[in-house]
Design a binder for this molecule. Structure first.
Ligand SMILES: [Fe+2]
Length: 160
């Protein structure tokens, strides 16, 4: 038995992020920047350990199936992090111009596409061994305990 069912936790995170991003888009449509900012702040906390898990545990393990394509996943993450920063910066203001609001919603949609792509990795994870999943589960627990937000992790721990 795994200490943590990493595949279902991984997918559950995606569901939370999906719902959060959809709420952000909705909040922006009704000019509720404060609500959008609040949700994005929560997502920043939630996805810190998730991204860290992906890059430090999941991707290296999936290299046996994906080979050099893992590097593409890492490059994709660079873009996702930049998009998240853009969105966070836009939402710092209490009111946005129409153009800024559109930009923020578009950033949220780009993140939504990433969530959908990333969830596909679950189907590959199902082919990992119990031992690999066990190691990954230990790491997921460790990263959640450390609780570093996405932006803090990207600025400090993430080395690339
Ligand atoms: Fe993910």
């Amino acid at each position: 038995m795994l200490k943590l069912d990493v595949i279902s936790e991984f997918r559950e995170d995606h569901r939370k992020v999906r719902d959060g991003l959809l709420e952000i888009i909705e909040a922006l449509e009704s000019n509720n920047v404060i609500k959008a900012r609040e949700i994005l702040g929560e997502l920043n906390t939630l996805v810190g350990p998730h991204f860290r898990y992906e890059e430090e545990a999941l991707y290296p393990t999936l290299r046996k199936f994906l080979g050099e394509y893992v590097d593409e996943l890492l490059t994709e993450h660079d873009g996702v992090i930049d998009t998240a920063i853009t969105c966070l910066n836009l939402l710092k203001k209490d009111s946005l111009t129409k153009e800024e609001s559109k930009q923020a919603a578009s950033a949220a949609r780009a993140l939504l596409v990433h969530v959908s792509n990333c969830d596909g990795l679950a189907i590959l994870s199902e082919r990992l061994t119990e031992e690999e999943l066990n190691k990954m589960s230990d790491k997921f627990i460790e990263y959640r305990k450390a609780g570093v937000t996405l932006l803090d992790w990207a600025k400090t721990i993430r080395k690339k």
